[in-house]
Write a protein that binds this ligand. Sequence first.
Ligand code: HEC
Length: 155
Amino acid sequence: MKINLLKKVGVLIMLLGPCSSLNLSAHDGATGVVKQRMEAMSDMGDAMKAMASMVKGKQAFEPALFIQSGETIAEHSDMMPKLFPAGSMVGKSEALPTIWQQWDDFVSLGYRTKTDAEKLVKMARDGTELRPLTKQFVKLASDCKACHKDYRKKK
Ligand code: HEC
């Protein structure tokens, strides 16, 4: 079970792609709201990575880091509808037109991400152990993945 969970985490993190703030190339030339949302997404990617390294035992378990990372994700995913104004697929954007064809679904995936991040924050605040936190983390990662699958261009 533990191994399965860890495998899952590894796979999910891989699916998030090369997404650290080191990977600035995708942001080059992006402007305005597209740049803003790429930065917000990158911040969420970094937050997921920070939690992943605790989950994988590469870094000591620190509840404060779960709280901080979860808050970053909750804030950014809350802004999502504003960060995707109609038709904003300019330049290097990986946004797919289906976003605006299935807007309600897109918005609800953002909302789900937000509520799962908030739940993770609350669990960490309540002193929850790493194992149940890991489960919630995996749930959150699958929210990211669910939206990318349908609404983000494959590399
Ligand atoms: C509601 C849909 C949705 C959710 C939820 C979502 N994303 Fe994204 N994400 C996108 C779309 C669409 C793009 C492409 C945006 C663009 O290039 O204009 C993207 C792009 C990204 C990128 C690449 C940014 C760049 O530098 O170009 C990263 C990293 C990322 N998302 C991480 C995450 C993480 C981590 C989560 C979960 C905590 C998440 N996303 C949740 C839709 C979503």
